[in-house]
Design a protein around this ligand. Structure first.
Ligand SMILES: Cc1ncc(COP(=O)(O)O)c(C=O)c1O
Length: 443
């Protein structure tokens, strides 16, 4: 069955009004759905689904960009919010609950001996980088092209350059307004290439203080580390006295409570986690070895403070989230859904003979159009056919399945513990219809 490109109304009247008061009609630039031509305005949501302001129901395959791992409106989060509200606390105090949550995280994550909470992932990486620079006494970072570490000035350089700027990625600023001077602190290298890292260490041994990476490169579609790569980075970092920083804002909790550092058996010195941690509320954290983390004030000298750090609502939602993920059936359920979804997608791709890759890790995955083998680094991500991805999103929406594509290259999608095997069956049916509809455009 062929599904025509949508011509239906997805809230365009509201969008026209929104644009009068919000730039672009949105509160986050990437919230604009490029494929649909305007943002998806939502009136309510429950479990795996949401309802648009125009009354249409969708199975959500965006899931809060990875934040809604429990789905929408989970009872544990609702209870936590009511309890937090009943306690009446406004903000700017620490509480017994925040200590409980920090202790829980230290039990979950191998690298975590101390935890500092922030609201967004961007805040977490910003302050963690300040800490790394203070500890290492070196300002330069190695980061990898295709990875993303938040929108602040220190890492919004060299992440996603266009192909023509790849050779000079380290000086590629990803937004106007980022001072050129900051590019001197960035060395942007290809992921999955240990030799490039070693050569940089040899060349600039006394300048590099930190290597920051997403252990799974979700922000280029979910590119996996090659076997031995993370362990190789660990060794190089230790040999050269450089801090190894895993940005697990996205990967944490997607497959296990211990994050990619547990799943791959490689322990960084420091990591950041976020997204799903707050069960849909803003909550992120910097976690790391005690000797590093105790450089934070007031015990040390590195500043990290904020009026809204660790608000009780988010902290209690975080505790609610942690209670859910340790239920014995939580990860087995996600695994079953993943097997059904990824297996089903691969079957369609093989049946239709399409060059599409579905890199995945736990409950999150990429869709890379135009690639006939698994991607290794950002150069592969640059070959992704975004025109096909956008058409795919347009085909899925009228069938009641919502994908959100943002940025310029392949991004990530996902499901939640609230999704059922029936939801996945519906997604797969729509997936096959959509792939059939766009099949001829691959040529
Ligand atoms: C790996 C990674 N780091 C940092 C961030 C920034 O997090 P936030 O959007 O909460 O600021 C993101 C968000 O997508 C991310 O995927």
């Amino acid at each position: 069955m062929e599904h025509k490109t949508m011509k239906q109304d997805y809230g365009s009247e509201l969008w026209q009004r929104a644009k009068q008061f919000l730039p672009g009609g949105v509160c986050s630039s990437t919230r604009h759905n490029v494929a649909l031509g305007h943002p998806m305005y939502v009136s309510r949501a429950a479990g795996s689904r949401f309802t648009s302001v125009t009354g249409r129901d969708y199975i959500d395959m965006c899931c809060g960009h990875g934040a809604a791992l429990l789905g929408h409106g989970h009872p544990a989060i609702g209870r936590a919010l009511s309890e937090a509200n009943a306690l009446g606390l406004c903000c700017a105090f620490d509480t017994p609950q925040v200590v409980d949550l920090a202790e829980t995280i230290c039990r979950f994550l191998p690298c975590a001996e101390r935890v500092r909470f922030t609201n967004s992932g961007t805040e977490a990486t910003l302050h963690a980088i300040r800490l790394c620079r203070a500890v290492s006494k070196r300002d330069k970072l190695i980061r990898f092209t295709g990875h993303f570490h938040g929108y602040h000035e220190h890492t919004y350089i060299g992440g996603h350059p266009p192909a023509e700027s790849l050779a000079t990625a380290s000086s590629f600023r990803e937004s106007p307004g980022i001072p050129e001077a900051l590019t001197q602190y960035i060395v942007a290298l290809p992921f999955n290439d240990l030799e490039a890292v070693e050569a940089t260490f040899k060349d600039q041994a006394h300048e590099i203080g930190t290597i920051i990476l997403e252990p799974i490169d979700f922000n280029s579609g979910g590119i996996q580390p090659r076997p031995g790569y993370l362990a190789g980075l660990r060794k190089l970092a230790s040999d050269y006295g450089v801090i190894l920083f895993f940005d697990e804002i996205q990967s944490a909790f997607k497959r296990s409570t211990g994050g990619a550092q547990t799943d791959f058996g490689v322990i960084p010195d420091i990591c950041t986690i976020g997204k799903s941690l707050g069960g849909g509320l803003p909550l992120s954290a910097i976690c790391g070895r005690a000797d590093l983390m105790d450089r934070f004030k007031p015990v040390g000298d590195v500043q990290h403070s904020g009026t809204f750090n660790a608000p009780l609502t988010s902290v209690m939602a975080g505790l609610g989230f942690c209670t859910e993920v340790v239920r014995p059936d939580f990860y087995p359920h996600l695994e079953k859904l993943g097997e059904a979804l990824y297996g089903g997608m691969e079957a369609v791709i093989t049946e239709l003979g399409l060059p599409v890759q579905v890199p995945h890790y736990g409950a999150r995955f990429g869709l890379m159009f135009g690639l006939d083998k698994p991607p290794v680094d950002y150069r592969d991500a640059l070959r992704h056919r975004r025109d096909l991805m956008l058409e795919f999103v347009r085909q899925m929406a009228p069938q009641g399945v919502y994908f959100h594509d943002y940025g310029g290259g392949p991004c990530h999608h996902g499901f939640s513990s609230a999704h059922s095997l029936e939801d996945i069956a519906k997604v797969l049916e729509a997936f096959r219809n959509s792939m059939l509809a766009i099949k001829d455009r691959f040529a």
